[in-house]
Design a protein around this ligand. Structure first.
Ligand code: UTP
Length: 292
């Protein structure tokens, strides 16, 4: 079985739910305290053993590239000011993984964005981390997904049960139980953004998928789906009906950085944990809560 070493982070969406800021700064570069959202995605992949990451962009390529790059002058300026720890941190970030960038050129949907990665991926299974879905977990979700792939040798989609009224915003999966498995099911069908009555279940794909390279031929033959976009879910539906796909109910807390509320929640969570802000921020929140 091929070892999984590559991941794709599509980060080229329009980000309309985060307007007006997303007009100038892509949502994947929005900060969670002092790190951009995309840092947490790269970190998760690296913790799962991924060595090569392709970020699909349209705007903000420079800001992202700069963030994962090393500015020698900046590092020297920090060191000259005695900020060696900070300089070392930047060095660590720059050396986390081989990070590559590719422009999607036209914003035609998540399926189209993943399709651009064909030559990067080659003939290997790979992970996709949806650029606006930050997931905090002790055991990286990417690693949880790889474990399922290593057991079954098929594509894996990361899922969570969501309130039925929200399924219409995401996707809905048809699954069959597997004897002896608690969190893994066999997926036979799926639908992107189902209309009321079209749902299979309240299980939605949230932010992480592991795909076999057969998906690229399917993507190339895709027709526009929900919202007129080339939907990755439509490609994975074909994969489910032909090759078979497993669904993993992953363990982790997901924050939708593409929504204003998700952005705020992620910042509160990490702000409370951060060594520089945690204690004072907690006091501030306790006082604030009294006035609510
Ligand atoms: P979303 O559908 O959440 O992103 O796509 P969006 O289209 O930017 O969202 P809204 O509704 O307009 O706010 C999931 C991920 O896929 C990327 C997005 O950047 C996001 O991280 N994406 C989406 C692409 O890379 N290319 C696309 O054409 C569409």
């Amino acid at each position: 079985m091929k070892k999984i070493t590559k991941a794709i982070i599509p980060a080229a969406g329009l980000g309309t739910r985060m307007l007006p800021i997303s007009h100038a700064v892509c949502k994947e570069m929005l900060p969670i305290v002092d790190l951009p959202a995309v840092f947490y995605l790269v970190e998760e992949a690296v913790r799962a053993g991924i060595t090569d990451i392709l970020i699909i962009t349209n705007r903000d390529k420079d800001a992202m590239e700069d963030f994962f790059d090393l500015s020698v002058e900046y590092g020297q300026a920090l060191t000259a000011k005695g900020k060696t720890k900070e300089a070392e941190r930047l060095y660590e970030i720059a050396n986390m993984a081989n990070v590559y960038f590719l422009r999607q050129k036209e914003t035609k949907g998540l399926g189209h964005a993943v399709g651009r990665a064909r030559s990067f991926v080659g003939d290997e299974p790979f992970l996709v981390l949806y650029g606006d879905d930050v997931i905090f977990s002790e055991d990286p979700v990417c690693r949880q997904m790889i474990e399922v792939y290593e057991k079954y040798g098929k594509s894996v989609v990361g899922v969570k049960p969501v309130p039925l009224e929200q399924v219409q915003k995401y996707s809905s999966l048809k699954v069959e139980a597997i004897e002896g498995e608690e969190r893994v099911t066999y997926c036979t069908d799926m639908i992107e953004k189902p209309k009321p009555g079209e749902e299979f279940s309240n299980l939605s794909i949230l932010g992480r998928v592991l795909l076999t390279p057969e998906v690229f031929d399917i993507i190339d033959a895709l027709e526009p789906g929900a919202g007129g976009e080339y939907q990755l879910t439509d490609a994975m539906k074909k994969l489910a009906r032909t090759e078979g796909v497993y669904a993993l109910e992953f363990i982790g807390d997901r924050y939708d950085m593409g929504s204003k509320l998700g952005f705020l929640k992620a910042n509160v969570t990490k702000g409370l944990e951060h060594p520089e802000t945690g204690a004072e921020f907690r006091e501030y929140l306790i006082e604030l809560a009294k006035t609510l």
